[in-house]
Design a protein around this ligand. Structure first.
Ligand SMILES: [Fe+2]
Ligand SMILES: [Fe+2]
Length: 286
């Protein structure tokens, strides 16, 4: 353990908590066969060095993002407490935070298997959750649960399901399968919370939520487009990348827009929100 402020490191260390961590993976977080039980290897000799380098970059960034998601979920617990959410939402939320730490550690194993070091030089400072000025505890919690579950994780489900289909390296496929299955719970959390909370909003809160959705959509689109740059790799590298769990950027961008139009907007409309209009008017949010 480095305790460095600018290094994300996935060494388990030698503390007495290592066995507790491993017990959690095998009990509370279990979801089918554990990728941790497989040899963390990739047949690197079968790939072009450029494909391996690109894959290391993608998996290292995922390692950082997954680990960061744990801070979002754990920071949401006080909001669920403050709005009086039922206990299953709270336990599931904390499970989700643990899932994300595990995902970060699994991505780190993939980076290592690809010949890289499972570390990233990044700021470990954690920005606070968005504050929703003028909203009560339920409305604030709902906005954050909607953003992470109904928006971001619903997109993650679509992306990881697609990557799982294309990945061929056995260890990498086992990791993406685990991540994809967990992300679908994370999305369900958001939709289930929205289902429970929405009937408790009055007309003014619903109208505020509709206006906020424009901001949320604009932010989501900006972040996802930043993560998936509009760059098409040469076709040979593209195929090798797909086998290593690296998505093809242009089709992933299309998948983002399909997911918003076909899953997210209709889901929010069914809850009574003006999501279609909010998506259409997201540019006004700026
Ligand atoms: Fe994750
Ligand atoms: Fe997640």
């Amino acid at each position: 353990m480095t305790f460095a402020e600018a290094t994300l490191d996935f060494e388990l260390g030698a503390s007495p908590l290592v066995s507790e961590h491993q017990r959690l993976l095998r009990t509370a977080l279990r979801r089918g066969p554990a990728p941790e039980d497989l040899p963390a290897t990739v047949a690197t000799e079968a790939y072009d060095p450029a494909a391996l380098q690109a894959a290391r970059r993608v998996w290292r960034q995922r390692m950082v993002n997954e680990h960061h998601s744990a801070t979002v979920f754990s920071a949401m617990l006080p909001q669920l407490v403050a709005c009086g959410a039922a206990v299953p939402f709270k336990t599931t939320l904390l499970r989700m935070a643990m899932d994300e730490l595990r995902h970060g550690a699994l991505c780190a194993r993939v980076v290592e298997a690809l010949g890289g070091t499972p570390q990233a030089e990044v700021s470990l400072a954690v920005p606070p959750l968005p504050e929703h000025v003028g909203c009560g505890p339920l409305e604030s919690a709902l906005r954050n649960a909607m953003f992470v579950g109904c928006l971001a994780e619903t997109v993650a489900v679509a992306f990881t399901a697609e990557e799982r289909e294309r990945t061929e390296e056995p260890f990498v496929k086992a990791v993406i399968t685990q991540i994809s299955a967990d992300e679908s719970l994370h999305a369900r959390f958001g939709w289930a919370f929205a289902q429970e909370a929405t009937p408790h909003l009055d007309a003014a809160a619903r109208a505020r939520t509709d206006r906020w959705l424009r901001v949320a959509f604009a932010y989501l689109e900006r972040e996802e487009m930043r993560e998936v740059p509009d760059v098409r790799p040469p076709s040979g590298l593209r195929d090798q990348g797909l086998r290593l769990g690296v998505c093809e950027n242009p089709s992933t961008r299309e998948l983002f827009y399909d997911t918003v139009r076909e899953a997210i907007v209709p889901g929010l409309e069914a809850l009574g929100f003006g999501a279609e209009r909010a998506w259409r008017e997201r540019d006004l949010a700026a």
